[in-house]
Design a protein around this ligand. Structure first.
Ligand code: PCA
Length: 216
């Protein structure tokens, strides 16, 4: 059976004109192989609304894999997130001009969820292909973590049918040019990185426990 892989990226936020997550994800529109096809969707950068929209996409598409992607300005590599935490604590306004502080993502939900992607195998394979990557232990407390937590909450309710996780990516070079001294990554490398993340997720069932810590 052909599996659907849902890739999401965010709209621009915080005065940026582009969001690398959307640019990278949309480059993979229409990517299909014998055993899977990729569907892409954009998420709003707004608390609440982003999770409502994600839930609707998942109900509509019934994906076997969901990889949500977001911009992490200031990070230098492809950050495969390990854990989503049940807190919204925004450092800035979201795109609905709301700054949510110290609220749970899901009232009464568990403190955290782990990604169900093979995070270490993904990082290992990315590095093998010459792409800088690491396992990250925080997706922050803004809209990305909010979406990651909401996604994992939904995946937990569905049992093992859907594997899901989150990848943060750096600024694009044109964004970093406006923030001197900030790292960036070429779009082609980000796109290649996402291809590797998808393929690895579809081929690796259990994670590479023997690989040891793959953080910075
Ligand atoms: N990055 C933000 C939200 C949307 C995005 O692309 C974050 O890291 O929370």
């Amino acid at each position: 059976m052909k599996r659907t892989v849902l890739l999401t990226g965010f709209e621009p936020f915080n005065k940026e004109r582009v969001n690398p997550s959307w640019e990278a994800v949309r480059a993979l529109e229409g990517w299909a192989e014998e055993d899977f096809s990729v569907v892409i969707r954009q998420l709003p950068c707004s608390f609440g609304l982003a999770n409502k929209v994600m839930k609707e996409y998942i109900e509509e598409l019934q994906p076997g894999v969901v990889i949500a992607v977001g911009q992490a300005g200031g990070r230098s590599d492809l950050s495969v997130e390990r854990i989503a935490i049940n807190i919204d604590d925004a450092p800035i306004n979201d795109n609905s001009k709301r700054q949510i502080v110290d609220q749970p993502v899901v009232n009464g939900g568990p403190a955290a969820y782990f990604s169900t992607l093979p995070i270490k195998a993904i990082v290992h394979t990315l590095r093998e292909h010459g792409l800088p990557a690491s396992v990250s232990h925080t997706a922050g407390t803004f809209v990305c973590n909010h979406v990651f937590y909401g996604l994992m909450h939904q995946a937990a309710e569905w049992g093992t049918v859907m594997r899901a996780g989150f990848i943060h990516i750096p600024y694009l070079p044109q964004q970093a040019a406006a923030h001197p001294g900030t790292p960036s990554m070429a779009l082609a490398d980000m796109v290649e990185g996402l291809r590797i993340a998808v393929r690895t997720t579809l081929t690796v069932q259990s994670d590479m426990r023997e690989a040891g810590g793959l953080t910075h």
